[in-house]
Design a protein around this ligand. Structure first.
Ligand code: ASP
Length: 448
């Protein structure tokens, strides 16, 4: 079995965290490939090494002396090595780097956060170090050269057996360092997992997995233990903060699951993300609830529209002309609505309505603003009748007016529109309804 274990910045922030990583890696012989981010924050108003290196670049750019900033960065690495008893000559290596800093590219400078962190981690774990510049190959346009990367990774496995790889950067064939977007260590981990045909891509972070609702809205929401990629996409689209899309595609395409785990609580189950989840009665009905405020709906009514051809196309064409992305199109027999993000039409909505009047000649156009959309997501909903009824019922009982309803075509989500001011309460009543009902089932042993 092959596991790629990627540790985020907070998991490698100080010596104590390094020790946890060692325990985690040592506790499972399948964890032979480790990817690390640059050391992150040790406490809430601390700085991430990556941010400090970006600041170094800014200093260089504006010809401001950055000696003391570099000394601070060096001290963090030196302290790490000292506390962990690592022999690697980190101070000397760092000084070699800082002495030529002005001749280095901004990408190269920023990538050193990962480089030094991984170098120390490799020493500490007693594993070989693999420079990402020798493994992750970029095209000049910044995209990944998948074939070359796969070859380099396989060669490295042959040569080294196992290794620690810095995340977040790679290089073109001529050796120019290139970076992924911020947080891109997750992408490195996913690419590595794919090249190795790993059984699982473990993403170690500082939370015990994805939560089924926003903890700022719902008190102590339950952790999602199993989720499908599609469900995650629905939830993240509606604002739940989850892994970046770019970090998902490389593994999703080849069916490698992602396991989210907490470095500080390795005993917790975390969340496993897969293409499909086993079916069965012993599953939660609702995987998660997410939502966003400030949408706007334009409702168009036109008698006998159902017999006319092209009305919706023309309406959508108008939004397209203004460069506005359309979120939902709930339809009736002689009416339809177009739901968009309020911010996207802030300056153009009246021009859009004017164009609609001219081009569609509708009987009426109605604008509903301050609309919040809530997505109730669950792969198991489609197999259990009555779910939407329960969602609408509970909102009705709470006196919350539903302004819009749609369902995704795969039936993994039900989306309801409510007034902005009902947003938090609506999420809470839906959450309570489903979770507390399940509590009853759980007592009966029907839900895991
Ligand atoms: N160190 C980089 C950042 O802070 C990449 C990462 O952490 O994954 O964005």
């Amino acid at each position: 079995m092959i596991k790629v274990a990627k540790f985020g910045g907070s998991s490698v922030a100080d010596a104590g965290q390094f020790k946890k990583v060692k325990d985690i890696v040592r506790s499972d012989p399948d964890r032979r490939f480790v990817v690390v981010s640059a050391a992150g924050k040790r406490f809430s108003d601390d700085n991430k090494i990556t941010d400090l290196l970006l600041l170094v670049n800014a200093h260089i750019n504006y010809h401001v002396d950055c000696t003391s900033l570099l000394a601070d960065i060096e001290e963090r690495f030196v302290e790490l090595a000292r506390e962990l008893g690592i022999k690697y000559p980190i101070a000397q290596k760092f000084e070699e780097f800082s002495s030529v800093i002005k001749s280095l590219s901004p990408e190269y400078i920023v990538s050193r956060g990962e480089w030094f962190t991984a170098r120390l981690m490799a020493e500490y774990l007693g594993l070989p170090f693999l420079d990402a510049a020798d493994a992750i190959v970029f095209h000049h346009d910044g995209t990944i050269d998948t074939e070359r990367t796969a070859t380099q990774v396989k060669d490295a496995v042959q040569r080294l057996g196992s290794f620690v790889l810095p995340g977040f950067y790679g290089a073109t064939v001529d050796g120019t360092i290139k970076l992924f977007q911020r947080g891109g260590g997750d992408i490195t981990g996913a690419i590595l997992a794919r090249c190795l045909d790993a059984d699982v891509y473990e993403n170690w972070t500082d939370v015990s997995g994805f939560l089924s609702a926003d903890p700022r809205i719902v008190d102590n929401p339950r952790t999602i233990h199993r989720i499908t990629f599609d469900e995650m996409r629905e939830l993240s689209y509606m604002g739940a903060s989850v892994l970046q899309e770019e970090a998902i595609f490389p593994v999703r395409e080849v069916g490698i699951p992602i396991q989210i785990k907490n470095t500080n609580r390795p005993d917790k189950r975390g969340t496993i993300i897969r293409e499909t989840a086993e079916e069965g009665a012993q599953e939660h009905l609702i995987t998660g609830i997410a939502g966003k405020k400030d949408f706007l709906a334009v409702h168009v009514q036109k008698a006998h529209m159902s017999n006319a051809v092209g009305v919706i196309r023309r309406a959508l064409g108008i939004f397209e002309r203004y460069g506005v992305s359309v979120e939902h199109i709930p339809t009736g027999v002689d009416s339809f609505g177009v739901v968009v993000n309020g911010a996207d039409v802030k300056d153009t909505i009246y021009s859009i309505i004017n164009d609609m009047q001219q081009e569609l000649k509708p009987d009426s156009i109605n604008l509903v603003d301050k609309l919040a959309l809530i997505s109730v997501v669950g792969r198991n909903m489609s197999r259990r009748p009555g779910t939407s009824g329960r969602v609408f019922g509970v909102l009705g009982e709470a006196g919350i007016n539903i302004r819009m309803i749609t369902q995704s075509s795969q039936e993994i989500s039900i989306i309801v529109g409510v007034n902005n001011e009902d947003f938090e309460r609506a999420i809470n009543v839906i959450y309570e309804k489903f979770v507390s009902d399940e509590m009853v089932d759980m007592v009966r042993g029907e839900v895991q």
